[in-house]
Design a protein around this ligand. Structure first.
Ligand SMILES: Cc1ncc(COP(=O)(O)O)c(C=O)c1O
Length: 406
């Protein structure tokens, strides 16, 4: 059976160059980078090289890069670390209703601990109104946290404009760039962000490693307590192979990004246009202008069908995609992003996300476009929500009766 992987916003395969670079750090170069002896010294240089590779991708200094274990840790660190460090200045945080749970649940935790959080709404296309953001800022606001790109719809937020607003009001700005890195250019100077989070496993590095960009002079309370690694900013023995892999993945992203954006965009657009023109009752979720979405992401709702059922049928054909619903304690909850966009509950349940990488091919898109319409039709036939068109009755001139069309 074919295997077509179109769930690259969930995770990516480790790139061959990344794996190759990591292997020595499991074997001969096994030391603890904090050790002063030869074994430690052998690996500490590799960590600094990786830091430089991350910094070059983000356009910052390597001293501003802190290695963490994943995107979720980075978001927790950025938000809780800011909240505690700036508690004396204010207790108000602004974020959006469509953030990843790593941000939303961190904010909800802080609400239980004396902070106030404004969750900015989005419109039907999933976009923010910057006037709402500016109006929400008060003299108590210490942090604005807005994602660079949404993981479900691929929508790109106006990060440079938000950076301007934050600067003007002297409010710290954090962005979760986990989905943007490697897919669109990310420059922390142009965007005027103070804190930015990325995750290795979304860009061809392994799971279990990420980085936090911490603008020079940004005061933070420590999040992980213990040893004095990462210049005292994050305790814990380094994940040396993972960090080396993250460095190489960032370098590959920097070198190949333009070529890769154009390539995945062509595949995504072909799938998008193919689905919208051949399958009836389909709704695009996200901004209608493809320039305002990540080049690799397509989210569509197939009306009258559960997204989960569609994924099972796709799986039988070897196609891996994902749905916006999260199966929690037996009940299928529609995605909070679809809810925030005001998507009708039936359509929200029928959403499917396809996310490409540069490893996908045009033949794969052709295969999906051939397999998808009959699967959708079959599931609709089984759906109680789907009203089949009654065939037009035949009037028989001979017996003057009405026969059902066959
Ligand atoms: C936008 C966004 N933020 C944060 C995360 C969490 O990253 P990690 O899986 O590295 O913890 C994800 C993962 O899907 C994500 O898409």
């Amino acid at each position: 059976m074919k295997q077509i992987y179109l769930d690259n916003n969930a995770t990516t395969t480790v790139k061959p160059e990344v794996l190759e670079a990591m292997l020595p750090y499991f074997r001969e170069q096994f030391g603890n980078p904090s050790s002063v002896h030869w074994a430690g010294r052998m690996v500490s240089g590799a960590i600094e090289k990786a830091r430089e590779q991350v910094a070059q991708l983000l356009n910052c200094s390597s001293a501003e890069v802190v290695f963490v274990s994943c995107g979720s840790e980075g978001d927790n660190f950025a938000i809780k670390g800011t909240a505690e460090a700036l508690r004396h200045k204010g207790n108000h945080i602004i974020t959006t209703t469509v953030e990843h749970p790593a941000v939303l649940e961190t904010c909800e935790y802080l609400e239980k601990n004396g902070f106030e959080v404004t969750y900015l709404p989005v419109d039907k296309d999933g976009m923010l109104d910057l006037a709402d953001l500016e109006a929400a800022i008060s003299d108590q606001t210490i942090l604005i946290s807005v994602m660079w790109a949404n993981n479900e719809t691929g929508n790109l937020f106006p990060i440079n404009e938000i950076g301007e607003i934050a600067r003007r009001h002297k409010v710290r700005f954090h962005t979760d760039a986990v989905q943007a890195i490697g897919k669109v250019p990310v420059d922390v100077q142009a965007a005027k962000v103070d804190l930015l989070v990325l995750s290795g496993h979304k860009i061809g590095a392994p799971k279990g490693v990420g980085a936090l960009y911490l603008r020079r002079g940004t005061r933070m309370t420590r999040f992980m307590h213990g040893g004095h690694q990462e210049r005292n900013r994050r305790a814990g023995t380094h994940n040396v192979p993972g960090i080396v892999g993250l460095g190489v993945a960032c370098e590959l992203a920097r070198l190949n990004q333009e070529k890769d954006y154009a390539y995945v965009r062509r595949l995504r657009d072909k799938l998008e246009q193919g689905i919208l023109s051949t399958v009836p009752d389909v709704k695009l979720n996200g901004h209608p202008n493809p320039d305002l979405r990540l080049p690799n992401t397509l989210n569509v709702s197939f009306n009258f069908i559960e997204g989960e059922s569609l994924l099972l049928f796709f799986d039988m054909k070897g196609i891996a995609a994902s749905s916006g619903s999260a199966c929690t304690s037996g009940s299928l909850e529609p995605s909070h992003v679809m809810k925030a966009m005001g998507v009708d509950i039936v359509l929200a349940h029928s959403s499917v996300r396809f996310s490409f990488s540069a490893d996908n091919t045009e033949e794969e898109v052709d295969y999906i476009l051939a397999e998808l319409p009959p699967i959708v039709q079959r599931l609709r036939e089984m759906s109680p929500l789907y009203q089949r068109e009654e065939p037009t009755p035949l009037h028989c001139d001979e017996c003057r009766m009405v026969h059902k069309a066959s």
